[in-house]
Design a protein around this ligand. Structure first.
Ligand code: KIV
Ligand code: NA
Length: 278
């Protein structure tokens, strides 16, 4: 069982049996490290626009950028199920566009599932992808690609009506064929109710402890950047501090001549050195 690739059926089967751990990764070395820890699902999130490319939101991420990062990740993952985000406007326009673009993430990017944000208007897209054999992960609650309508990065589903709409969306996504659903920034009791109502796993981020799984942005949980991190992030390391200490030590050793030491250089035979002359 150890290194057998995780499939979407394994993810479905985990519901009620064990919790699912999911993390983002956007490049080969971090993906290999995460996969080596037997994380079940690796998400090549469109959060790469902010985390890797230094932008203010995810809206400008292109299909070409997604494919580029997906290839880097899938090339170094042996076990985890790699899921790609469908970027803004790669699926909203029509089921045909969704199919063509998901096909690129599959064939060029090498991923084995896609994730898209929203429910109602995009259910035909979800059905078209699933019918074509492309597994789809849903994503409701705070959907960053709709941040303009949501009026900012805010908790969703705080009123009874809004919570009911979220539950309806989750049920509709399950009915349309999603193999799991991300719940982002919804009150914990709402996430718990949705989790109970569904037969597919919920993966929470800022959605409390009762989801079937959890997801975090790798760079946030590693403390690899100074960017403000939301309340739902737990920092498991302070890599920014370690990087700063290492780079500072390197600079000082270069300037003082401590680095490189003799052990970092290459010798030359005495005879050759004599012939070279002064
Ligand atoms: O892009 C992303 O990283 C995501 C997760 C936070 C769910 O969509
Ligand atoms: Na995303």
């Amino acid at each position: 069982q150890a290194r057998r690739p995780v499939g979407t059926l394994d993810v479905r089967a985990a519901k009620g049996a064990r919790r699912i751990a999911m993390l983002t990764a956007y490049d080969a070395p971090t993906a290999a490290l995460v996969d080596g820890c037997d994380i079940d699902i690796i998400l090549v999130g469109d959060s790469l626009g902010m985390v890797m490319l230094g932008r203010n939101d995810t809206l400008s991420v292109t299909m070409d950028e997604m494919v580029h990062h997906c290839r880097a990740v899938t090339g170094s993952v042996a076990r985890a199920l790699v899921v790609a985000d469908m970027p803004f406007l790669s699926y909203e326009t029509s089921p045909a566009d969704a199919l063509r673009n998901a096909g690129r993430l599959f064939r060029e990017g090498g991923v084995r599932a896609v994730k898209l944000e929203g429910a109602g208007p995009y259910l035909p897209q979800v059905r078209a992808l699933v019918d074509a054999g492309i597994p789809v992960m849903g994503h409701i609650g705070l959907t960053p690609q709709r941040v303009a309508q949501l009026g900012g990065f805010k908790v969703q589903g705080k009123t009874a009506d809004a919570a009911r709409r979220l539950l309806d969306d989750a049920l509709a996504l399950e009915q349309a064929g999603c193999f799991s659903i991300v719940l982002e920034c919804v009150p914990s009791p709402v996430a718990a109710r949705i989790t109970t109502a569904l037969t597919i796993p919920t993966i929470g981020i800022g959605a409390g402890p009762d989801c079937d799984g959890q997801v975090l942005v790798l760079h946030d949980m590693l403390g690899l950047q100074d960017r403000m991190v939301p309340r739902f992030v737990k920092r498991y390391a302070n890599l920014a501090g370690q990087v700063t200490a290492a780079v500072t030590a390197y600079k000082q050793e270069v300037e003082s001549g401590v680095f490189p030491g003799p052990e970092h250089g290459f010798a030359m035979a005495d005879e050759e050195l004599r012939q070279l002359g002064p």
